[in-house]
Design a protein around this ligand. Structure first.
Ligand SMILES: [Zn+2]
Length: 267
């Protein structure tokens, strides 16, 4: 199965065919924000007005079926910290105080909509249809090397009794291997974390390297026991009118992200 594009009027988002909970990877299209935030900015620290960001969440909530009062926004700082959240965190970051620092979220609270932000980094979504638990992670290259994808799976196992083999996973748009040019620090981190298994996902050209963070995160998920993984083919830097790319914009940008809604489980 794969990651496909959904268009509803002006709204455009991506969805993984293998994830059976409401979810999306957002694009720039379909919101109300203006200028460099044009238009579906869901980031709260990008210079947008709270009213515009809220309206953008309302547009997504109408499409996916969540109440904006139930969003839980991550508070990302390129860590490998995963927080289990529930009823008392509903609204965090939008209506209520921000969460403590974290780059991964898990919950089994029905109605909760977990959100992580990206603009080149790798967004990851997880859903366990048996327990109903969901998770999301923001994996920059440091988070990728720290195996935050596996730590998010482990948090679903520890807190909600998920079995990794039941989990449906998706990896969304990020800066692709085509455009993620690095120095030696990134490949060194990957090889030191994952050994020779990471070698085939690193290409060298002169004294520069090109690293495939989607495939390395998929490797991390498989090592954690996840069997079903949908992977987007989209590159945020190649498609910089459709997605925000931190590299292309130099940082003057909005945020897209990943959203997943907990609907409860089979038992
Ligand atoms: Zn590219």
């Amino acid at each position: 199965m794969s990651v496909i594009t959904i268009k509803i009027g002006a709204l455009e988002y991506l969805t993984a065919q293998g994830i059976t909970a409401p979810h999306c990877f957002t694009t720039r299209f379909g919101g109300v924000s203006e200028g460099y935030l044009d238009s579906l900015n869901i980031g709260i620290h990008r210079g947008d007005t709270w009213e515009n960001v809220l309206k953008n969440y309302e547009i997504l909530g109408n499409a996916l079926g969540f109440d904006t009062k139930n969003v839980i926004l991550s508070h990302q700082t390129h860590t490998d910290i995963v927080l289990a959240v529930g009823k008392k965190e509903l609204g965090a970051g939008l209506y209520a105080q921000e969460l403590p620092e974290c780059d991964g979220l898990v919950t089994n609270e029905p109605g909760a909509a977990l959100v992580i932000f990206t603009a080149d980094c790798t967004p990851i979504l997880l859903h366990d249809p048996v327990t109903g638990a969901v998770g999301t992670a923001h994996a920059g290259w440091r988070g990728t090397a720290a195996a935050i994808a596996a730590k998010t799976v482990e948090a679903m196992v520890r807190h909600f009794g998920s079995k990794p083999e039941d989990i449906q996973a998706a990896i969304g748009p990020n800066i692709g291997q085509c455009c993620f040019q690095t120095d030696g620090d990134v490949p060194d981190a990957m090889l030191s974390a994952f050994g020779r298994q990471a070698e085939s996902f690193i290409r060298s050209e002169g004294d520069k390297f090109y690293v495939n963070l989607k495939e390395i995160n998929a490797l991390v998920l498989r090592q954690a026991g996840v069997r079903q993984i949908d992977i987007s083919t989209d590159c945020t830097a190649c498609q910089s009118s459709r997605f925000w790319s931190h590299r292309i914009t130099g940082g003057l940008r909005g945020s897209q992200g990943a959203v997943i809604v907990c609907k409860g489980g089979e038992k």
